[in-house]
Design a protein around this ligand. Structure first.
Ligand SMILES: [Zn+2]
Ligand SMILES: [Zn+2]
Length: 417
């Protein structure tokens, strides 16, 4: 059995650098208030002082969200209809939806698009958010109908409170932020094999354009863009959709990733990810796709079978700075990668996660992440439920029964157009 170290590295330094455990307040706020000084509390983050993690506890609305996936457990995906009367995202059922925040059309991105192939992607506020804008911090320019402007003083106080929450020993925070859903295709059932380069280009354009707007809020410290597909992918809705979340904190996983990259930069004077790309180019055996702008590999220490790591070849820390031409190239390589996944594994469930640098708001940071971080996309095909059992929970070490070189070979041999 081999242990392989992934490029996100060890968290030992992070643990050592963690602030001392705060002393407990006189009484824990066991029942979060639903109303406080006119501020509506949608949900909360609780700080786990033993692991230094923030855990999200959704508000009442999210706990009541519909589970479209459940009745379709075990259903052959090819039998999922193109349209469902019960789906709020299917054509004709949109009456209950809130106002769209962004709309993109395929024909605007691909002039050769035939009218029958044209489709619309749109972004909405998530009706069942993990985090939501409070009346006290939301900004009218973000187009939330329930938002209200506030004096900047109040906003700054809240941001300061979030930034120093750990140090002050706060165990409970209002889960403020933005949570949006991207309805990325009109078909209720969109097999992997039916996605196109324009589909991926439009999805990532929505991530960029909404991300740019959301991060103008001083509250937002990190941006999370992802897509869950199928029951094993943890999706609650069948209809193809993705999510954009602006968080008022930097999650531990993101801190670990950036800390590891910063330490590597401080020691070697180079970007960890740029060096990792060189290693993969030298060894060749795990490269699934390569063009003049991007590389997609099964990582040397993949967490799960057929995991894909996709990186821009040119160093760039912040996805939000991507231009339209590079978005087009990203759409093309994602299409080829998903064609290979489809041919090798079939119409599998999966998760796709965009990992971009968190926002550089801390004034006293020694190195700006523009030097050492390198944005990337990870795809996790979900052949089975997440393989986390006693060994993984007990050790924190994932156990992958597939060798990455074998998985890469299968994806390479599967081919694409
Ligand atoms: Zn639908
Ligand atoms: Zn780099």
């Amino acid at each position: 059995m081999l242990f392989r170290r992934c490029c996100s590295g060890s968290s030992s330094r992070r643990a050592a650098a963690a602030p001392p455990s705060p002393s407990l307040p006189p009484s824990l706020p066991l029942s979060p208030p639903t109303q406080r000084s006119g501020i509506r509390c949608f949900a909360t983050f609780r700080h786990n002082i033993c692991t230094n993690d923030w855990i999200a506890f959704p508000g009442v609305e999210r706990r009541k969200r519909p589970q479209q996936m459940r009745p379709e457990v075990g259903m052959d995906k090819s039998k999922i209809p193109q349209w469902s009367a019960n789906c709020p995202f299917c054509k004709g059922n949109e009456g209950q939806l809130p106002a769209k925040l962004l709309t993109l059309r395929a024909s605007d991105h691909d002039p050769t698009c035939a009218p029958k192939d044209d489709f619309e992607l749109y972004v909405l506020p998530n009706k069942f958010p993990v985090v939501a804008p409070s009346n006290c911090i939301a900004d009218e320019s973000l187009q939330y109908p329930f938002a209200a402007s506030i004096m900047s003083m109040e906003c700054n106080e809240l941001v300061d409170c979030l930034n120093t929450a750990r140090a002050r020993g706060k165990l409970l925070l209002e889960a403020t932020g933005f949570h949006e859903v991207v309805v990325d295709h009109p078909s209720h059932n969109l097999p992997i094999g039916h996605t196109t380069p324009v589909y991926w280009e439009m999805l990532f354009k929505a991530f960029r354009d909404r991300g740019l707007l959301l991060t103008t809020s001083p509250l937002i410290q990190s941006l999370l863009c992802f897509k869950n597909v199928g029951m094993f992918g943890g999706a609650s809705m069948v209809h193809p959709h993705s999510q954009i979340i602006g968080l008022p904190i930097v999650p531990n996983q993101q801190l670990k990733l950036t800390d590891t990259a910063r330490e590597y930069f401080q020691t070697n004077g180079r970007c960890l990810f740029c060096d990792y790309i060189k290693l993969e180019l030298k060894e060749e055996v795990r490269i699934v796709e390569l063009d003049s702008q991007f590389i997609a590999v099964v990582p040397f220490a993949a967490h799960i079978p057929y995991q894909i790591l996709l990186l821009p070849l040119r160093h760039n820390y912040q996805f939000l700075s991507i231009d339209d031409d590079t978005l087009r190239a990203l759409g093309r390589i994602l299409h080829r990668v998903f064609q290979r996944i489809n041919r090798a594994l079939g119409d599998v469930d999966y998760n796709l996660v965009l990992r971009t640098a968190h926002l550089h708001r801390t004034r006293n940071q020694v190195y700006n992440p523009s030097c050492y971080y390198h944005w990337h996309v990870e795809i996790f095909p979900r052949l089975d439920s997440w393989p986390v059992a006693g060994f993984e929970f007990g050790s924190g070490i994932m156990c992958n029964a597939h060798m990455p070189e074998d998985d890469a070979k299968k994806l390479i041999e599967a081919g694409c157009d």
